[in-house]
Design a protein around this ligand. Sequence first.
Ligand code: 6PG
Length: 243
Amino acid sequence: MTSPHLKVYPDADTVARAAAELFVASAERAIAAKGVFSVALSGGSTPKAMHKLLATEFKTAIDWVNVEIFFGDERCVPPDSELSNYRMARETLLDLVPIPLDNIYRMRGEIDPNEAAKLYGLQLKDIFADGGIDLVYLGMGDDGHTASLFPGTSAVDETEHRCVANHVPHAYIPKGTDWRITLTAPFINRAACVAILCTGASKAERISQVLEGDDDPRVLPVKLIDPSPGQLYWLLDSAAAGM
Ligand code: 6PG
């Protein structure tokens, strides 16, 4: 595993600012080099503060027409469901910036999970061939899951496909979201840069276990994230880094 860059900030707002600055810098570099910047957004609550900064203070610093948006995972619900990661990204960012709709690659949570995963995987193959996304944002659940790679689920063992459907026991997630679509660890690890954003004391013990323990990645799937030759950043607030 290449050693991750561990960045600790005073609070969640400064983590969001650092994550937004990483977006701007990565976009500038990728667009200057190849005319396009690909980024995968994460679900959950942590990314919202970063999205708000990208849609306001940083909005004009980004060449949105050359940005392509992907998703790390999606709940198998309609796109207008309050549980949808796409809806969260739309409401907090995508509807607020001048990004062409064709540049947004949505995981189709409203159709059969395996069909949706297959279609998304074909899109990723068509766009990236054997390459990867420029920047992938991830979160980490209190149980050590990331994207929708949950402990002990089949997606954790996937080595062939870029995107799979994953059935997740209710123990881990809110009712009604037991089927997920997720990027797989091997595809995430093709990214030029992966940024895992974690804030809050509830994550501290698990982060310590992930970074310092020797647990099996099937039990702590965020340990599967090891981009190479890409870079891995953990962007933490002091509460999450408390241990
Ligand atoms: C999802 C997310 C998930 C999230 C973690 C952390 O679909 O829920 O992709 O992997 O990143 O659960 O969520 P918070 O940011 O809310 O702590």
